[in-house]
Design a protein around this ligand. Structure first.
Ligand SMILES: Nc1ncnc2c1ncn2[C@@H]1O[C@H](COP(=O)(O)OP(=O)(O)O)[C@@H](O)[C@H]1O
Ligand SMILES: [Mg+2]
Length: 397
């Protein structure tokens, strides 16, 4: 670009009134001061946890609800509040928050090491025997003479359930401290697969976070937009549109915030003075496409090939797609791309994983006395599909 026009471009951007005044308020990292429309959940949690203020051990709690229903926000919020109260009462209360997925906590060792680290104790990332770390963990908890609230967010990532077993029994080994657990999961089914002893201990109390409806999302967005944006930059109906789209998508507040933030970014990038409903539509396409691309890129090759097979079948437009159809095409594509084919069973597992990632849908159809069969549909459409196809071709080549 010629120097002159680049300078012109800087001028345009500098003279433009920014649409954001505090973008951070529309991002995940921002913690709002209160949590509207989760009063019931806050109250229930408070009722259970208030025992800690009397120095008793509260029940363990298992929280579940779909993504973006405020589980992380509420549990952090309440621990903060209870911590303040404990301080004024001179009680020793320590709330520890761990995100099992982000912190990659998949072994007992990592879990204990993480907690010890938060309590100011250094443990090497690997190397010590797990028993030794566990002993140190118990010692440190006891030394603190405190009530601990241990929040394990995205607890499904903790695949080694022996860790959970250890944790649910930790109080029997403590003399001066006690621990209560708050486990958080996006799936209600998580505890079903646990050892019954762990399950009953972990979910002494259960709390469900229902999806937000459109008016609630509108209200949440409105409050955060007030902090984030210059007054008057949103045209009529923008917040309503974001709320309506996110309500359709299992009432997800994260989605609603993303839609609004990206819509404003798009408007700002185009140098436009205000945000319209069209920006929200474009934002939706962009978010979907980015998400699909991100998932596809991070999948192993075999899984990419299974997805590619499904897209291939979909393009043929021959109606219902069965697992058998996919396996057949997958076999042919394996030859083409020089991959050793997996067994039908493994391919079936990969199909289930793609379903969990939201890229495909699976329906079980009963065929009367011929048993049941699974038909697969592709849940990626439009621009996201085009982009996805492109990325797959590139990744597999
Ligand atoms: N009631 C609410 N008021 C304001 N923001 C909310 C509310 N519920 C959720 N959010 C926001 O939506 C996003 C997702 O919430 P989060 O608690 O992370 O959901 P979950 O843990 O259930 O997936 C976060 O940015 C959070 O700040
Ligand atoms: Mg969360």
């Amino acid at each position: 670009m010629a120097q002159k026009s680049l300078q012109d471009l800087f001028d345009i951007f500098l003279n433009q009134q920014p649409l954001f005044i505090k973008k951070e308020a529309l991002q995940e990292t921002h913690t709002p001061e209160n949590v509207p429309h989760r009063e019931e959940q806050v109250k229930q949690l408070a009722t259970i946890l208030v025992h800690t203020l009397r120095g008793e051990k509260p029940s363990n709690i298992f929280i579940y609800g779909k993504t973006g229903t405020g589980k992380t926000l509420v549990s952090k919020f309440i621990c903060g509040e209870i911590g303040k109260r404990a301080k004024t009462h001179g009680l020793n209360l320590i709330a520890l928050y761990l995100n099992c997925k982000i912190d990659k906590i998949n072994t007992p060792y990592r879990l204990f090491a993480h907690i010890l680290y938060q309590l100011g104790e250094q443990v090497p990332v690997t190397g010590l025997p797990t028993e030794e770390v566990y002993r140190k963990f118990i010692q440190t908890l006891d030394k603190n003479k405190s009530t601990f609230i241990l929040i394990l967010d995205e607890i499904d990532s903790l695949t080694d359930t022996s860790t959970l077993y250890n944790l649910t029994r930790v109080n029997t080994q403590l003399q001066n401290s006690r621990v209560s657990l708050i486990g958080i999961s996006n799936s209600s089914g998580f505890t079903n697969n646990l050892d019954p002893r762990i399950r009953s201990s972990l979910s002494e109390e259960e709390l469900v976070f229902p999806p937000y409806n459109a008016p609630q999302l509108k209200d949440i967005l409105f409050k955060r937009a007030e902090i984030a944006l210059r007054p008057g930059v949103l045209e009529e109906g923008v917040i309503e549109k974001c709320a309506a789209l996110a309500a359709q998508e299992h009432g997800d507040a994260r989605r609603a915030l993303d839609l609004l933030r990206v819509a404003v970014e798009l408007a700002e990038r185009n140098g436009e003075p205000s945000v319209t409903i069209n920006h929200v539509d474009t934002a939706q396409k962009k978010i979907d496409t980015d998400r699909v691309v991100e998932i596809i890129k991070t999948q192993p090759r075999q899984s990419q090939l299974v997805l590619y097979s499904i897209i291939y079948l979909k393009d043929l437009e021959k109606g219902d797609i069965s697992t058998g159809d996919i396996f057949e095409i997958y076999g042919k594509l394996c030859k083409k791309y020089n991959l050793t084919p997996l067994t039908q069973r493994r391919v079936s597992d990969l199909i289930s994983e793609l379903e969990m990632l939201g890229l495909i849908g699976a329906n079980i159809i009963s065929k009367g006395r011929y048993g049941r069969t699974r038909t697969i549909s592709l849940d990626v459409v439009g621009t996201a599909l085009e982009k996805g196809r492109e990325i797959l071709k590139y990744e597999l080549a």
